[in-house]
Design a protein. Structure first.
Length: 364
């Protein structure tokens, strides 16, 4: 990205003598995070425009993550719609869902209707097993199970981060450093300090980390290694679900088109299936899934871009009832100490079991 483009996408920090805009809601300390802005409620949120000032503890996060956390009860599709329509403003200007917030930014939120919920009795995340792969004072790496969203929202009362916070009520700061799809398992980093979160965000943005996934696809993988650079177009269906496709034609004129690069390597060829390693150079939504589907190798068990007849057959026979995509490893510099950091997540039992099934399919 050129310097001019970076400057154009960076929000202007508006300064005031007091550091707080008129009408801004002051932040209150809680025990669950370093700062908390009270969520909007149905009793007040749909009547007036809200104006908020971003504090130091909230700086660095994406706008959509901020809104999802603070506009409790508002559907995700509605949140993205009010951002893209220009109803949400940062320092008086239009903004994008993936735009980073800076300390002192003045945020304008339009009148929105939220579901009524009780502050005294918020949804409680159940106590679930969250295997720890690595932990120090700055971050914790979890082996995320498949079938659990990384955060609540869009009809989900809780996600992995809410479950982790429930298990650690004394933790002052726990924030997701990145995301994994709900049906993807494997390495997930959670920051325990603001410095670690900002460092990890910088690392991912500058593509300095090495993230590798294992995916199983049907057929024979013809190339030992393959580099895919197809751009991706993200959109919402009529039902408000996220979808991604290879950008072409009129898609290429949309600001929603993002460059994407994935490197694939054959790990092992099985009878009728290939286990491939995917190394991400960019981290777009559904990037590996869409790139493999475009190559004619949809991931086994993928309910959005996969072979639905194969998926149904495997599920009915109880051989495989999830998507075969696993975040197997992460290599990077520690965001605080700068020391080399390597984290590996073993293949879950259900995926290992399916590999054993197909490896013996033709020998029995």
């Amino acid at each position: 990205m050129s310097r001019s483009n970076r400057m154009a996408s960076t929000p202007i920090r508006k300064k005031t003598s007091s550091g707080v805009a008129a009408g801004a809601i002051k932040l209150k300390k809680t025990t669950n995070s370093e700062s908390f802005v009270p969520p909007l409620h149905a009793a007040t949120s749909h009547a007036v425009v809200q104006r908020r000032t971003i504090g130091p503890e909230e700086a660095g996060q994406r706008l959509d993550n901020y809104l999802l956390r603070h506009l409790k009860g508002v559907p995700k599709s509605r949140i993205y719609r009010i951002v893209r329509s220009g109803e949400v403003r940062i320092n008086g200007g239009r903004c994008q869902p993936d735009q980073r917030l800076f300390e002192g930014d003045e945020l304008r939120l339009p009148p929105v209707r939220c579901e009524v919920f009780s502050e005294e009795k918020p949804p409680v995340a159940p106590m679930i097993d969250l295997p720890i792969l690595y932990e120090d004072e700055a971050l914790v790496a979890l082996n995320k199970p498949a079938g659990i969203a990384v955060h609540g929202g869009s009809g989900l009362a809780w996600g992995l981060i809410e479950a982790l916070r429930a298990q650690r009520p004394g933790a002052r700061f726990l924030e997701l450093a990145h995301r994994l799809d709900r049906e993807t398992s494997g390495v997930l980093l959670v920051a325990k300090k603001r410095a670690a979160l900002l460092g990890l965000h910088d690392m991912f943005r500058e593509q300095r980390g090495d993230k590798r996934y294992l995916a199983l696809v049907p057929g024979v993988w013809k190339e030992r290694s393959l580099q895919v650079t197809l751009p991706l177009y993200k959109y919402l269906t009529a039902e408000g679900e996220r979808r991604v496709r290879i950008a072409k034609g009129r898609d290429l004129q949309s600001p929603e088109v993002k460059p994407a690069e994935t490197h694939f390597r054959l790990r092992e060829q099985y009878p009728g299936y290939a286990l491939v390693e995917a190394r991400l150079k960019t981290g777009r939504t559904h990037q590996i899934r869409v790139h493999l589907a475009a190559l004619g190798y949809p991931i086994v068990g993928d309910d959005k871009y996969g072979d639905f007849f194969l998926n149904k057959s495997l599920a009915q026979s109880k051989q495989l009832e999830r998507m075969f995509l696993h975040a197997a490893s992460m290599r990077c510099r520690h965001p605080v100490t700068g020391e080399p950091l390597g984290i590996d997540a073993p293949l879950p039992p259900e995926l290992d079991r399916f590999l054993n099934i197909i490896s013996h399919a033709h020998s029995s």
